[in-house]
Design a protein around this ligand. Structure first.
Ligand code: GUN
Length: 295
């Protein structure tokens, strides 16, 4: 039987719909809309398109989003200064600040991210927020990891007592997702393995997974032979590949072959991507509500 397709786009739409009401209630109570400032550095086409998608989604739910574009030649000190100024209100009132990654190679990414105050860190990358998540009392959860867990819970895919294998150990996805899936409670209680570039016998680890998450950025990494029949496969990769008929987006999973083996699978596009955006909107509303003491 072909795998069930986990429709992240539809779930993101439903989340946006409920956020509309919550944002409207906040706006009435606070006398202003929640406000997100996104910093976009340089000319990476994929980053520009992700940021545009975030701004459009914010507008759909009534969140005010401002995109601050910076030349790719900006250095670490200039970016730290800019983020600090934004936090102090130079670009208007601000509940959430997001610095779109990756930054140019000459920039110290952690120094720039550390300039985002923990209470405006809607990406959940600040050490304070990462620490709270690791202690099982999360505040802002990194958006893609939160989106993957939300998708599993919404689809009724049990995690408790199941084996989850995450391929990729990034601070953005792999590490926070491992914490979420192994935490106590709904969407958690799984036994989690993190695989990475030094893992020996990757295929063998993957074949043990009831839930397999690929978050590496390598097209075709996960093949059908690496998937246990009936497993849930979550594809976090977004890779642009050239084909004879033009370029298209693919994930890290060989979708046609794996869909024939898996029990459930996310498509690319239309799987995890839209949920990342929906979770960012939820985090921005949370930041705004915490700011005025509504949560
Ligand atoms: N680049 C790819 N994913 C993300 C994300 O979740 N947040 C930010 N800031 N940049 C990204």
């Amino acid at each position: 039987m072909p795998a069930r397709i986990l429709d992240g786009k539809a779930l993101a739409g439903a989340i946006e719909e409920s956020l509309c009401d919550e944002v409207a209630a906040f706006t009435t109570a606070a006398g202003r809309a929640p406000r997100l400032v996104v910093v976009l550095v340089g000319e990476i086409a994929a980053s520009a398109s992700y940021v545009a998608a975030k701004a459009r989604a914010a507008a759909r739910v009534g969140i005010d989003a401002d995109v601050v574009r910076v030349a790719g030649s900006a250095d670490t000190a200039a970016l730290v200064a800019l983020v600090s100024e934004i936090a102090r209100g130079s670009h208007g009132p601000v509940d959430g600040i997001l610095v779109q990654l990756p930054l140019p190679r000459h920039v110290d990414t952690l120094a720039v991210l550390d300039a985002v105050p923990a209470d405006r860190d809607v990406d959940g990358f600040h050490p304070e927020n990462a620490g709270l998540l690791s202690q099982g009392r999360p505040r802002f959860i990194p958006c893609t990891a939160a989106g993957v867990q939300r998708l599993l819970v919404d689809a009724g895919i049990a995690t408790a007592g199941r084996r989850a294998v995450i391929v990729g150990r990034s601070d953005i996805v792999g590490k926070p997702l491992a914490l979420l899936l192994s935490a106590r409670g709904p969407g958690g209680d799984a036994t989690v393995t993190i695989c990475h570039s030094h893992t020996t016998d990757l295929a063998e680890h993957c074949r043990t997974a009831d839930i397999l998450v690929a978050a590496v950025g390598r097209p075709g990494l996960i093949t059908a032979e690496m998937v246990k029949p009936g497993a849930t496969v979550i594809d976090v990769g977004i890779n642009r590949v050239e084909t004879p008929t033009g370029s298209r987006l693919v994930g890290d999973v060989d979708f046609p072959a794996v869909a024939a083996v898996a029990g459930a699978i996310t498509p690319v596009p239309g799987g995890v991507g839209p949920l990342t955006v929906a979770m960012l909107l939820a985090n921005t509303l949370l930041a705004a509500e915490l700011r005025i003491g509504r949560r």
